[in-house]
Design a protein around this ligand. Structure first.
Ligand code: BGC
Length: 255
């Protein structure tokens, strides 16, 4: 077990990549807080699945864009499990619209969850880690779109680009406390965020052509990298993004 008795929060872990990370952490011996915003039943299921495989978990409802919710999330975790060792900032949203038609509200909503929310969670988690001592791990689930463009998704890409420099900067600031900070940059992973692909075989075909490994990723492909970054094996790893994209970012499009 690579995370025995470590205490972890995974935001947005009632579904998708977050759920896979929460379950993988549970299997590795961590005590896990499953954070959710609007899917209480799925969060309950995630907790049950973790407990069935021998782990410990609780579910806490918290919207990452609200400072008071983040305080509650960290507070309840510490109340239940005594400390916080690993913070995974996974919660994210996506609203695709052509740039010229995107209202300010869309920009503000996406930035509030995907960038400000991560900033808030990093700060609250780091305060707890510093005050308890002994270091810690912060892992942000970013995207390949912290580097490459995605037309019709400018607020999302801007937030993920922001996550790159947020992670790099606080990795330096938190290093003296033994807290590492890294991003995972998933490519196309089969989750509710891109459910629409399943109903659109042409788009799916086009997407698969862009992935050198020839398949869409699974949430577990991301979870295994999160386990590594959270484990002792990654104690000298900080300030970097680990892309989990089947080679998508290296696809040149030429023959
Ligand atoms: C987005 C998906 C997209 C994938 C690859 C992810 O960050 O959330 O919608 O399919 O990147 O472009």
């Amino acid at each position: 077990m690579q995370l025995k008795d470590k205490v972890a929060i995974v935001t947005g872990s009632s579904l998708g990549i977050g759920k896979a990370i929460a379950k993988a952490f549970g299997r590795e011996g961590a005590k896990v807080t499953v954070d959710y915003r609007s899917h209480p039943n799925e969060a309950k299921e995630a907790v049950e699945e973790i407990e069935k495989s021998g782990g410990r978990a609780i579910a806490v409802q918290a919207d990452v864009s609200k400072p008071e919710d983040i305080k509650k999330l960290v507070g309840k975790t510490v109340e239940e499990f005594g400390r916080l060792d690993i913070m995974v900032n996974n919660a994210g949203i996506e609203e695709k619209k052509p740039f010229l038609e995107t209202p300010l509200e869309t920009w503000e909503k996406v930035i509030a969850v995907n960038l400000t929310g991560v900033w808030l969670c990093c700060q609250e988690a780091a305060k707890q880690m510093v005050s308890q001592g002994g270091g810690g791990r912060i892992i942000n689930v970013s995207s390949i779109h912290e580097e490459i463009t995605m037309p019709t998704n400018a607020p999302y890409c801007a937030a993920k680009g922001g996550l790159k420099m947020l992670m790099r900067t606080i990795a330096v600031e938190l290093a003296p406390y033994g807290i590492t900070v890294n991003n995972i940059g998933p490519g196309a992973i089969e989750t509710p965020i891109n459910q629409n692909l399943k109903e659109n075989p042409d788009q799916m075909k086009q997407l698969l052509e862009e992935i050198p490994l020839g398949r869409i990723g699974q949430p577990e492909d991301v979870a295994s990298v999160a386990v590594f970054l959270a484990s002792d094996a990654a104690s000298y790893v900080t300030g970097s993004t680990y892309f989990v994209d089947g080679g998508m970012m290296r696809q040149s499009g030429s023959l």
